[in-house]
Design a protein. Structure first.
Length: 325
């Protein structure tokens, strides 16, 4: 890696006029300056294209690609195909970076000879994220196996592509699957299988905006895609990497709980078939997961509640349930 590597910052944007200005302001204000910033206007029908083009005129590091609408994955893939940097960052168009996001993660990556560097994030509503969170903690380093177990057991690492710095070579031959949500969960396994080391720090460097249009916060039958992704991973681990099978089953159990409780809360449709699928999955996995010391406490509490019956789980536990991303 060169002393001052070019970092590609990828920003997929669809009808993002309300937040894109703030997002781009936070990117161009990075203390690390050697960036190429690729904004993909994914067939927007609002002012996104105009805002993007205006920023490209203002800062020659910004390149705008206008394409017909194809969805978030297609826009990310377009940016991946166009990037030229040694390293890559992905930023959602409604989110905000701390000014030292890039410099901090690059320093972390270089010091630990890592392929991925991960920073902390803060979820925020309103105008500005609060970046005054934890500072100065010791980085945590993961080898490939530790990173995969941490992601699937949901212990310290997430599957999200934002909030981290990647070596661009990890994406050689890997692209986001089209037409589904949870596309990032679908590619985390092949990405980490190419990765020697991940290093993470708790410093809050990424602002993850919360609003009603966040697809992960609103129930839709499309969210059942997480079950397909996790069930496919379970099947793959049984044949290819059985050492990760228990961890993937823990992640699948989380998905069953999440979709069951959210679909039961939704009164705008009949989701009985989906709820049956989740309930049967919970019953299939709960015994083994209960006695797996690595399974998170939240899942174990859900398992205990499930032994009180489906109605208790859905109506009592689910009453105040908040969705997971």
């Amino acid at each position: 890696m060169s002393q001052e590597p070019l970092i590609s910052v990828l920003v997929p944007a669809y009808n993002a006029e309300a937040f894109l200005e703030q997002c781009l302001e936070s990117i161009v204000a990075q203390t690390y300056r050697h960036l190429e910033i690729i904004v993909v206007d994914d067939g927007s029908t609002d002012g996104t294209a105009t805002i993007s083009d205006r920023w490209a005129e203002r800062d020659d590091r910004i390149r705008v690609i206008h394409r017909p609408n194809g969805g978030h994955s297609a826009a990310r893939n377009t940016a991946l195909d166009a990037m030229t940097g040694e390293l890559v960052i992905m930023v959602d168009s409604d989110d905000v970076l701390h000014p030292q996001f890039t410099a901090t993660l690059l320093d972390l990556m270089q010091k630990h000879d890592a392929d991925i560097a991960v920073g902390g994030y803060t979820a925020f509503y309103g105008a500005e994220p609060d970046f005054s969170g934890h500072r100065g903690g010791s980085p945590k380093s993961y080898d490939q196996q530790q990173a995969l177990l941490a992601v699937f057991y949901q212990q310290g690492l997430t599957h999200s592509p934002w909030g981290r710095l990647f070596k661009a070579s990890l994406f050689d031959g890997i692209r986001f699957p089209l037409g589904i949500i949870y596309e990032d969960l679908a590619i985390i396994y092949p990405l980490l299988k190419k990765c020697r080391r991940v290093v993470a720090i708790d410093d809050v460097l990424y602002g993850y905006r919360q609003h009603e249009s966040n697809s992960m916060r609103v129930f839709s039958p499309r969210r059942a895609a997480v079950l397909d992704v996790c069930e496919n991973l379970e099947s793959q681990m049984q044949h290819d990497d059985p050492q990760y099978l228990d961890a993937v089953r823990s992640r699948l159990l989380s998905a069953y709980f999440n979709i069951l409780l959210l679909s039961h809360q939704d009164k705008n449709g009949d989701h009985r078939q989906l709820e049956d699928r989740c309930w049967n999955g919970i019953k299939r996995l709960r015994h083994k997961c209960l006695f797996d010391s690595n399974v998170r406490t939240k899942n174990k509490l859900g398992i205990i509640a499930s032994h009180m019956g489906r109605r208790f789980l859905c109506d009592v536990v689910g009453r105040n349930y908040q969705p997971e991303p």
